[in-house]
Ligand binder design. Structure first.
Ligand SMILES: Cc1cc2nc3c(=O)[nH]c(=O)nc-3n(C[C@H](O)[C@H](O)[C@H](O)COP(=O)(O)OP(=O)(O)OC[C@H]3O[C@@H](n4cnc5c(N)ncnc54)[C@H](O)[C@@H]3O)c2cc1C
Length: 477
């Protein structure tokens, strides 16, 4: 292929890197990646930050969600990146279901409720494929779940009912972390089943998710990636620029400009929501703007406390937090912080550390606090649920602040009440310029994948998809 055309990829997350790798592999070398931050990877971010086992800590993506037909799993397997030991360890450790009163809820009861909840979730999945006009796009998964659950509870006695309601609350918080929403009431019922689960166990990386980036990056020359270049405005398609050669000028925040014929935009839906009006000149077509507004993009954060010794007990892998819905405060030594009630579990990870997930408004609440406050809040939860005053002092805290990270502004996307998979198609549709029939703005990133949105494999495939679009345009050159 000759020196032209020129492509600029905005963002060096997994989708941008996948696009670059594919272009290189097929002999298209005329591209650059402009990345706002000082590292590649975006929402894949592994750190080595001080824990006794020297395990790598994942601030962003942790799991490969499913194996069959998962390109991320394939890459990890071929390159021997999967953590087999962690898998074995997880299988051996048990989960305990504890209330804030320090009482244990029996596994039998929990399993009975999980089975029911799974059945309801499968029923919700079926609305997506069915031809029926209901539910309409304004109905929520949360309302459906509650309605089905209330019916199930009718024949239960009071004591059983109270425990089962706690399991439901726990499930709702867990679903928020999985789907990336603030509340299950935000999730579209009609499109709940549009997210495709891939079969096979969910697995992790031995040397961290970033080892996957190293593999993808092997085929991308270093000089192609320009770090610390936040793009301010993409001027596209009104007139041909630079003596009629290029359709697009990319203006960076530092004033530097780059010219190109095609742009692959991979910034997160959070960044698009906040900045699409200024990021594109002229503005994006209205169907794309509406899709950006309507689709959901929530915050999911991790809070990790490191200890010198195990706090949950050696055999316990997970403390499942069975909060009561009436928010009574049973802590002995302080108030349970509101944000902590959104954590559905505390899991043993990285040797003696424990990990909690927090989502939505509560995650943003946590992000405002100091590290000392976050540490104290989680310790209060531990003391309350474990009924122990003698817990060791944590040696370190790592917590994420994805909602306030200016390069992402949230964590991952979902189909929100009022939106549909058509909005995902509008979002990923390439946009042609008035001065040229060729698509000049191409869109990749997890939120542009119709069935694997929110995942690394969705992001990876979306980058390859847009690279292929460019390769197809010039296949006869
Ligand atoms: C806490 C958390 C846990 C997760 N867990 C999992 C998991 O277990 N499994 C899974 O499959 N997925 C998980 N995900 C989701 C997964 O990480 C993402 O779907 C995926 O990494 C997104 O890749 P991307 O390339 O689409 O976007 P990003 O990784 O966001 O890449 C976009 C890039 O664009 C850059 N950028 C933004 N604005 C500009 C600008 N103006 N100019 C230049 N560059 C810009 C950003 O800095 C970023 O590097 C998780 C995410 C989070 C936050």
């Amino acid at each position: 292929m000759s020196g032209k055309p020129q492509v600029i990829i905005i963002g060096a997350g997994i989708s941008g890197l996948a696009a670059a790798e594919k272009l290189t592999k097929f002999g298209f070398h005329n591209y650059k990646i402009l990345e706002a931050s000082d590292r590649i990877g975006g929402r894949i971010h592994t750190v080595e930050d001080g824990n006794p086992d020297e395990k790598k800590v994942e601030l962003g993506a942790t799991w490969i969600h499913g194996q069959k037909k998962n390109p991320v799993f394939e890459l990890a397997k071929t390159n021997k990146l999967i953590d087999e030991q962690e898998l074995k360890k997880q299988r051996k450790r048990m989960t305990v279901y504890v209330t804030e009163e320090g009482e244990t809820i029996g596994e039998d009861l929990v399993d009975k409720v999980w089975d029911k909840l799974e059945q309801f979730s499968e029923e919700a999945d079926e609305f997506f494929e069915s031809e029926t006009p209901y539910p309409d796009i304004n109905e929520s998964y949360g309302a459906f779940l509650q309605q089905r659950f209330d019916k199930f509870l009718q024949k239960k006695n009071n004591s059983e009912r109270e425990k089962m309601e706690r399991v439901l609350l726990n499930e709702k918080s867990g679903e928020c972390a999985y789907s990336g929403c603030d509340s299950v009431d935000e999730l579209s019922l009609k499109y709940f089943g549009s997210y495709e689960e891939l079969s096979g166990k969910h697995v992790t990386f031995g040397r961290g998710y970033s080892s996957l980036l190293e593999v993808i990056k092997r085929n991308i020359p270093d000089e192609k990636i320009i770090l610390k270049r936040p793009v301010k405005t993409i001027h596209w398609g009104k007139t041909m620029l630079d003596e009629g050669t290029f359709e697009v000028k990319v203006e960076c925040q530092n004033g530097e400009c780059f010219y190109a014929n095609h742009i692959i935009v991979t910034v997160s839906l959070g960044v698009l929501k906040a900045h699409h009006n200024t990021l594109f000149n002229p503005c994006l077509p209205s169907n794309k703007q509406q899709a950006i507004d309507k689709l959901g993009f929530g915050t999911v954060d991790k809070v990790i406390l490191f200890f010198d010794e195990p706090v949950l007990g050696r055999d316990i892998g997970c403390l499942s937090l069975m909060w009561s819905s009436d928010k009574k405060d049973l802590s002995k030594d302080g108030k349970i912080a509101n944000w902590c009630r959104k954590m559905s579990e505390l899991t043993a990870v990285y040797g003696n550390a424990i990990l909690g997930w927090v989502t939505g408004k509560e995650a943003l609440e946590m992000e405002k606090l100091s590290e000392d406050e976050v540490t104290e809040n989680v310790m209060t939860v531990l003391r309350t649920f474990l009924r122990r005053d003698d817990l060791p002092t944590p040696v370190k805290l790592i917590r994420t602040r994805w909602g306030n990270n200016p390069s992402v502004l949230g964590s991952y996307s979902f189909v929100k009440v009022g939106s549909s998979t058509q909005d995902i198609r509008y979002l990923r549709e390439p946009t042609s310029a008035t001065c040229s029939e060729k698509p000049v703005l191409l869109f990749a990133g997890e939120a542009t994948h119709e069935s694997f949105y929110s995942t690394t494999h969705g992001a990876f495939l979306s980058g390859q998809r847009e690279a292929q679009r460019i390769l197809d345009l010039y296949k006869n050159i």
